[in-house]
Design a protein around this ligand. Sequence first.
Ligand code: ADP
Ligand code: MG
Length: 450
Amino acid sequence: MTNEELWRACLAELELNISPTHFKTWFVESSLLSKKESLVELGFKNAYTKQVIEDRYHGQIKTILERLTGEKINLIFKVVAKPEKKIEEKNMGPLFQAPKETPQKTREESNLFSQYTFENFVVGSNNNLAHAVAVAIANKPGKAYNPFFLYSQVGLGKTHLIQAIGNKILETGSQLKVLYCTGESFANELIDAIQSGDRAKTEKFRRKFRSVDVWLIDDAQFIAGRESTQEEFFHTFNHLYQAQKQIVLTSDRPPRDIAKLEERLSSRFAGGMIADMQPPDIDVRVAILRRKREQENLQISDEALELIAQKSPPSIRELQGLLLQVSTIARSQGAEITAEVVYKVLGGHQNNAEKKLAPKDIIQAVCTYYSVRQKDLKGERRLKEIAFPRQVAMYCLRRFAGIPFMGAGELLGGRDHSTIIHGVDKIEKALQEDAKVKQDVANIRQTLGI
Ligand code: ADP
Ligand code: MG
């Protein structure tokens, strides 16, 4: 057994023993780096993951590996920036939910995951056109927009939306044959068929793709490059298109920007409807988290959700990952998810907006908003009109720029860190109870552009 095979076998067993959510969170980029006699080195994507696995799964992994190899095993846990062999995410099911049972044959043949639906797709200004087109197609396959070409950066919902089209069509009980594939799987299957030298196999491949009513091709950019793949794709496309079958494609960029894609294909891809999706703004991010909270029945405050949304990079996949990370940790500690927990867990994360935020801009914004002079904000006076804005400044420095307590103390006229902790705490509480404070902070954030 190679190291990779051994690790795959071990993961396959682990997967049976732990929840899909945990499995996916912790093992997604894991690898078995080396095995020298009884010494097995495992690699994980970051220090936090490594720590969790070491604490919680050490025993299980050891037992499984010992059974698989028939040897005594000692484990070494390591952090590797890029694991050599990554366990691919697409084989591990989507976040939070295990794939549901899909008994019907049509569903199985479609390759769809049943939980990617329109119902749990949050619509916002970043994706409303794409969503509307997708819904129209699901209602009238082959009639509304054909082909439909959807593009965006990774993690913004292409797979979710293209699968939602297929799921919706199946759900209505229609007899239409839906087939989801990726550009990559199309290319691989074709190469397999060709290399086998077996004509029956190539014919089977052709029939499979040419007999569908709704063809969903995710990450279509992967068909570019190889001539035979593009040739076959072109003929399949034409065959279906002429028969007025629905074709939907996704890609990480518009057709004309896909390198090494033949002109005849890019012009066909662009010949119908094209829509893109943008990264969600903070409101949409919060809405997505709220939807998750509902679905998963999580105990988490609005404030904590907002903080996660602020800290998230643009990718929705990563946004969900942060929520999962926070909720897993809170659950393991039996704690409710408050802003403080989020801050502790995600303190190290900084989104782009935060990186650009200079402390002096934050102090300026607070002073302007409350009409307080900087000299007073940093000074000793304890008048409520000054002390309160000072505490808001503490909160903003800490939360929006990730300034440590000590640093915030220095920026605010050399206060000690317990004063800052107290101030931040007070504003945090006020944000829960006092609409005026909430509004103030929202307004300040707005002037800071976050
Ligand atoms: P892409 O294919 O563009 O890389 P995915 O479709 O895989 O992105 O989306 C990443 C994750 O984010 C998935 O778990 C998906 O369910 C979720 N997601 C994306 N967009 C939305 C949305 N608008 N509402 C709810 N969840 C979303
Ligand atoms: Mg995708």
